[in-house]
Design a protein around this ligand. Structure first.
Ligand SMILES: [Zn+2]
Length: 110
C-alpha cells in the first residue's frame, strides 16, 4: 500500500502514513454506488427498498410511492414485474455507520 499523499510505501494495516502523517484512504472493495445514484436504501424498507429508493432519490412522498406501486401490482400486474426488475437492477445502498453524536449515544439504555 502506498500513501496517496506523498507516495511512500506504508504498512497495509497502517491508518496514518509514517512519513507525512496523512490518513490512509479506505480501500473500497467491489463497485460502490456513485453519489446521487439511485440505490435501494437499507432503511426504511418494507420488501426490497425499491419504493423507498425512488422516494428518496426523487424527493417523493414514500407513502404515495408505495400506494401507487401497490395499485400497479394489484390492478395491472405489470407493476410486479417492474418491481422485480427494479429489485434486480437497482444496487443496494452500502452499509453506513451511525452518526456520532456529541450528546452521548441516543440509543443507550440507562
Ligand atoms: Zn505520506
Amino acid at each position: 500500500m502506498f500513501c496517496t499523499h506523498c507516495g511512500k510505501q506504508m504498512e497495509p494495516t497502517a491508518r496514518f502514513c509514517p512519513t507525512c502523517g496523512a490518513v490512509s484512504q479506505p480501500v473500497i472493495v467491489g463497485r460502490a454506488p456513485l453519489p446521487g445514484q439511485l440505490t435501494r436504501p437499507r432503511y426504511p424498507r418494507l420488501i426490497a427498498g425499491v419504493c423507498s429508493g425512488l422516494a428518496v432519490h426523487y424527493g417523493w412522498d414514500l407513502s404515495l410511492v408505495r400506494v401507487i406501486c401497490a395499485l400497479m401490482i394489484v390492478l395491472t400486474g405489470v407493476g410486479l414485474f417492474a418491481y422485480l426488475a427494479a429489485w434486480i437492477i437497482i444496487p443496494e445502498a452500502p452499509y453506513t455507520l451511525p452518526e456520532r453524536s456529541s450528546a452521548g449515544s441516543p440509543g443507550a439504555i440507562v
